[in-house]
Ligand binder design. Structure first.
Ligand code: SF4
Length: 380
């Protein structure tokens, strides 16, 4: 008898070099580090596989980073074998993140042969000056070539990441990037507003962020253009053609379990959130000593689990399913958060009917403030 287990995430902590805005757990690729990492990843996976419940299958796989495609074909193949060792639901979505500067025909063929059925390309912009400004390793034309190669390799579910609110990026430039992206007929687009994060090159340069009004105008432009092109907004930052919403990310937004392998990866298993050691050398050392590389563990209280479930689901346009919440926690969401919901409805930020609780168009722009209302210290 088959049962649905946690989704699987594998973190690859290497890139060609660091983009100027990036605070993800990634470092420049070196061959000895990559060898150590892949062997440690195999050991970590083995730990979970030896106690894997009979008949349990992962509903989706996501290999992200970093840049998984910076690995050599041999290293990439070993990482794919780690993922493939976990039993998967038939037809499960299997995504790999790829950077246009690192995707070759050989690697595309390897991904296809392993069963990967979705690629997410980090394109960010189709303006070469902005790509240089961001510290990206590829040009717009190289991104398009990578896209065409992926199509020719048989990938019919492609996503691309785009970035707006880049200092110096006018509304006109953003429109052009959206147009060029749409010309590629993607199944899915993720859009992110550039944040200047501590510890990045941009923070070191004390870069002025894009003005808030322009950030908002660019967000609205994306909503309008992408919706017109048939990619509907199903989450705050994500747009998809019908049937192409990212199944793996839906696991996160539904607050369902997932297993994360690799440095800095997070797992959510049996109500416990675990985060792996971020530093790759320490991650490798820990597994070398026979210890799981877990840096932090937090068992969610029922109050926290309820709050997180609401906050994550509110990111989705469909919002929180009230019947699903009631099945999960034995109580209706309004019985748990009556005052918060009344307050937010009075402000026009959320709307509720018998089946769902969701953000209004105004609430979508203020999702972070809405989330605060549900956190345990604001309990009604
Ligand atoms: S490619 Fe992605 S993960 Fe790597 S440095 Fe750039 S933004 Fe960060």
């Amino acid at each position: 008898m088959m049962s649905q287990g946690p989704a699987l995430y594998i973190h690859v902590p290497f890139c060609v070099r660091k983009c100027y805005y990036c605070d993800f757990a990634s470092q420049p690729y070196t061959s000895p580090m990559a060898e150590g990492y892949v062997s440690a990843l195999e050991q970590e996976a083995e730990h979970y596989l030896t106690s894997w419940p009979q008949g349990q299958e992962v509903p989706s796989v996501y290999i992200g980073g970093g840049t998984p495609t910076v690995l050599t074909p041999q290293e990439l193949e070993r990482v794919l074998q780690v993922a493939a060792a976990f039993p998967r639901v038939a037809g499960a979505e299997w995504t790999v993140e790829a950077n246009p500067g690192t995707l070759t025909k050989t690697k595309l063929a390897l991904l296809k042969a392993a069963g990967v059925n979705r690629l997410s390309l980090g394109v960010q912009s189709f303006d070469d000056d902005l790509l240089v400004f961001l510290g990206r390793i590829h040009t717009a034309s190289e991104a398009k070539t990578a896209w065409d190669q992926a199509r020719r390799a048989g990938f019919d579910n492609l996503s691309l990441d785009l970035m707006y609110a880049i200092p110096g990026q006018s509304l006109k430039l953003w429109r052009q990037t959206l147009q060029e992206a749409l010309a590629l007929a993607p199944e899915h687009i993720s859009t992110y507003s550039l944040m200047i994060e501590e510890g990045t090159e941009f923070a070191r340069r004390a870069l002025e962020p894009c003005p808030e009004e322009l950030d908002l105008a660019q967000y609205r432009e994306a909503q309008t253009r992408l919706e017109q092109a048939g990619l509907s907004q199903y989450e705050i930052s994500n747009f998809a053609r019908p049937g192409y919403a990212c199944q793996h990310n839906l696991v996160y937004w539904h607050n369902e379990p997932y297993l994360g392998l690799g440095p800095a990866a997070t797992s959510y298993l049996a109500g416990e959130r675990r985060t792996n050691i971020r530093d790759t050398i320490s991650y490798v050392d820990s597994l070398g000593q026979g210890c799981l590389p877990i840096a932090e563990r937090e068992l969610a209280t029922p109050e926290l689990a309820q709050a997180e479930t609401v906050i994550l689901a509110l990111r989705l346009r469909e919002g929180l399913s009230r019947p699903r919440f009631a099945r999960q926690f034995g109580r209706d969401v309004y019985a748990v958060f009556p005052q918060a919901i009344d307050r937010l409805m009075a402000l026009g930020l959320v709307t509720m009917d018998e089946f769902s609780l969701s953000l209004t168009a105004k609430g979508l722009l203020l999702a972070n403030q809405v989330a605060l209302e549900f956190l345990p210290n604001n309990f009604s």
